[in-house]
Design a protein around this ligand. Structure first.
Ligand code: HEM
Length: 507
């Protein structure tokens, strides 16, 4: 055989095996995964060969997008996740659908969800969320897996012990005070935007210490990236399109560069001050782990620190700001609870700036915050992928199957929470979170298991501190301009903001 024939033969074999593996991944594997689930009695919408159920989802979401709800209704599932509501009513709580060629199993039984989320043996990993989400969140704790995740979690966890959080409460209160001082001569404000800026300010101060002002630039870059990510959801495009210099990609790359340079600037400033230590904040802890020769097993590279900073900045302010916004909404529309909370705040803290000990005594406030997290969970769904063939309840889950956990659906289920599941009733949390529903793990706002939110105590302390200080100074009602339109924009938020009327209380 001549040289050319040999090259030609090799190329042909390589080409054919490429075509074959493409066919396997695009046609055969998804087909057999779905078939295996259907053979076990799992039903669901068929969808089209290429796009799966994407068109149906897009149509349903577009149709419900401008829906304005009654201000007293919390039953927004038909607006936010209309496709899940429809499919659950047709096929039951466990059903199969597909996004593009990828089949997805949706499970809404808390027992099954617990099995997936509590698994410590690496049977499930995070769903691949795509390059856009990674650009926004960074390849930090939320998205990493395996040994890298365990190493990062070990570095980061000490920053979130209760003792640490207690020391951060004063910073949270100082940031809240400077926002509230600006509100005193205002009557009507769009409180959602203000709370987003406030929580960004708090995470800037607590994570980056003295470099907090650079946090503003991180905030603006991430805000715009979030819009780009949102626009990319449910668009079926050829994977190569992400790498082409389209206008939107160029903008995304520019923002990513800006984000990286800003964070690099903060880190370099910190490096320059290493003689006096890296600091006690989150960045200081990570840099300590990165630099210390003694702690080789938890060494972090500079790129990992940058990614982790992106993660903490986004995860640390976006969710908490919406928790605060929805609590303000519920207290505006339930004046009796607003009054009850104010009385509790004034009796425990007076008009003083609250400290962590006083905050932990606010029982009614804790119940209201949990009820808000239940009704308006900032994260509406989470996902996992099975890493190996696995048994889940009575089902055999094939390796590679995506699993969707619709938190919003579970939080509004009458089977789980009782007939008043769609009503605001903080008293259900009177005996603690695990006794509030028929299932002890029904509250999933922070997820459960080893990948549960590391910032949970931080978020609760922050939310209660800010609410406490608002209640000390103002009474508030909802503006007549408010339109009740909950929308899932990566996090659940009021689509048109939350305008409220503030009335300063007598000193
Ligand atoms: C109301 C506020 C918050 C809510 C509702 C919330 C919700 C969640 C949820 C549901 C997850 C799990 C995601 C999954 O399993 O796929 C998560 C993970 C995470 N959250 Fe939060 N979060 C909040 C506040 C915070 C704050 C304040 C921080 C940091 C300061 C933070 C940092 C993280 C991180 C780093 C993870 C990944 C943990 C891991 O995988 O080990 N979150 N959060």
């Amino acid at each position: 055989m001549g040289y050319l024939e040999l090259v030609f033969g090799t190329l042909t074999v390589a080409f054919l095996s490429l075509v074959w593996s493409f066919l396997v991944s695009i046609a055969l594997t998804p087909y057999f995964k779905a078939k295996r689930m259907r053979e076990q009695g799992v039903r669901g919408p068929k969808g089209s060969f290429w796009s799966g159920c994407v068109e149906e989802i897009s149509h349903m979401k577009a149709a419900s997008r401008e829906m304005v709800m009654d201000i007293n209704s919390h039953d927004y599932l038909n607006k936010v996740v209309p496709h899940y509501v429809k499919w659950i009513s047709q096929y039951g709580g466990t059903f199969l659908y597909s996004v593009g060629r990828k089949p997805r199993l949706c499970i809404s039984d808390p027992d099954l969800v617990k099995q997936v989320l509590s698994n410590k043996f690496g049977f499930y990993m995070k769903l691949d969320s795509g390059t856009e989400v990674a650009a926004l969140l960074g390849n930090g704790l939320v998205l990493t897996e395996g040994e890298q995740w365990a190493r990062h979690r070990r570095v980061v966890s000490p920053a979130f012990t209760m003792d640490r959080i207690k020391t951060m409460t004063r910073t949270m209160a100082d940031c809240a005070k400077s926002m509230l001082d600006k509100l005193h001569n205002k009557k009507e404000v769009e409180i959602g935007t203000m709370l987003k800026e406030l929580t960004a300010d708090i995470i800037s101060h607590t994570a980056f210490g003295s470099s907090y002002s650079a946090g503003k630039e991180v905030f603006f870059a991430q805000n715009e990236l979030q819009m780009i990510v949102l626009a990319s959801f449910l668009k079926l495009e050829l994977p190569i399109k992400k790498y082409l210099p389209t206008e939107i990609n160029k903008r995304r790359w520019m923002l990513e560069k800006k984000l990286r340079e800003t964070l690099m600037g903060i880190i370099e400033k910190r490096l320059a001050s290493k003689e006096v230590g890296y600091g006690n904040d989150l960045l200081g802890l990570m840099m300590e782990a990165c630099m210390s020769e003694k702690q080789e097993e938890i060494n972090m590279s500079m790129d990992e620190i940058i990614d982790e900073c992106k993660t903490f900045f986004f995860a640390g302010h976006e969710t908490t700001s919406h928790l605060l916004t929805w609590t303000m909404f519920l207290l505006s529309t339930h004046q009796e609870w607003q009054q009850k909370l104010r009385e509790e705040v004034l009796s425990e803290c007076g008009k003083e700036i609250p400290d962590s000990n006083k905050i932990s005594k606010l029982k009614w406030m804790t119940m209201v915050v949990f009820e808000t997290l239940r009704l308006y969970s900032p994260v509406s769904l989470i996902g996992r992928t099975a890493c190996k063939d696995t048994k889940l309840g009575n089902l055999m889950i094939p390796k590679g199957m995506d699993i969707i956990i619709p938190i919003a659906i579970i939080h509004h289920s009458k089977e789980v929470w009782g007939p008043d599941a769609n009503e605001f009733n903080p008293l259900r949390f009177e005996n603690g979170v695990s006794k509030a529903a028929k299932h002890p793990n029904a509250m999933m706002a922070f997820s459960i298991g080893p990948r549960a939110c590391v910032g949970q105590s931080f978020a609760l302390m922050e939310a209660k501190t800010v609410l406490c200080m608002i209640l000390q100074r103002f009474s508030f009602t909802i503006s007549t301009d408010y339109k009740h339109m909950p929308a899932d924009m990566i996090t659940l938020q009021p689509q048109k903001g939350l305008p409220i009327i503030l009335r300063p209380l007598k000193a």
